[in-house]
Design a protein around this ligand. Structure first.
Ligand SMILES: C[S@@+](CC[C@H](N)C(=O)[O-])C[C@H]1O[C@@H](n2cnc3c(N)ncnc32)[C@H](O)[C@@H]1O
Length: 155
């Protein structure tokens, strides 16, 4: 039986020099949605678990959608380096700012001109769950209520 192996690297998704070029078959990821979440505060437990200081992790937080798109473009440029031809990227985003910005549209625009073919966007519309009550959300109108997964193939 083949032994499974793994590696853990900490750093920005737009620069991953520890990952060899054309070495990846599948990327499943989800970037920060503009500036809506305080990740340093939310991830303190995970950081503690792997011995990182949360405040020292550079978090991508962009209020301006065009700056966010520039970040996503840099990430896809790096993904174009590490993903093999024929490999896939599943890039999960959502709708933000009361549904006025559908981030998958910005992702598709940001990746334009890079060696990826868009296969589609999988939209998962959820039923309201009581778990959201802990954040003071009691319906499907506030916050991000759908998952939008942009599926790309490296060409
Ligand atoms: C929408 S959340 C996705 C969370 C993911 N589904 C998980 O379970 O960990 C975005 C994640 O991107 C991380 N992040 C922030 N800036 C980043 C960067 N420059 N490069 C890579 N990841 C970043 C955040 O800390 C956060 O964990």
């Amino acid at each position: 039986m083949r032994q499974a192996t793994h590696s853990l690297f900490a750093g920005g998704a737009d620069s991953t020099p520890d990952i060899p070029s054309e070495s990846v078959n599948l990327v499943v990821t989800s970037p920060p949605f503009l500036d809506v979440v305080q990740y340093a505060a939310d991830n303190w437990l995970r950081c503690w678990f792997v011995g990182l200081e949360a405040k020292k992790v550079p978090i991508a937080m962009y209020r301006d959608p065009s700056n966010w798109m520039a970040f996503i473009c840099r990430v896809f440029s790096e993904l174009a380096r590490v993903v093999r031809r024929g490999g896939h990227v599943a890039f999960e985003v959502g709708e933000v700012r009361n549904g006025t910005i559908e981030l998958e549209r910005l992702v598709l625009e940001a990746a334009r001109g890079l060696p990826f073919e868009a296969l589609g966007v999988l939209v998962n519309v959820q039923e309201f769950t009581k778990t959201a009550n802990c954040w003071g959300v009691n319906n499907n109108s506030k916050g991000t209520n759908t998952n939008r997964v942009v599926i790309m193939r490296r060409i």
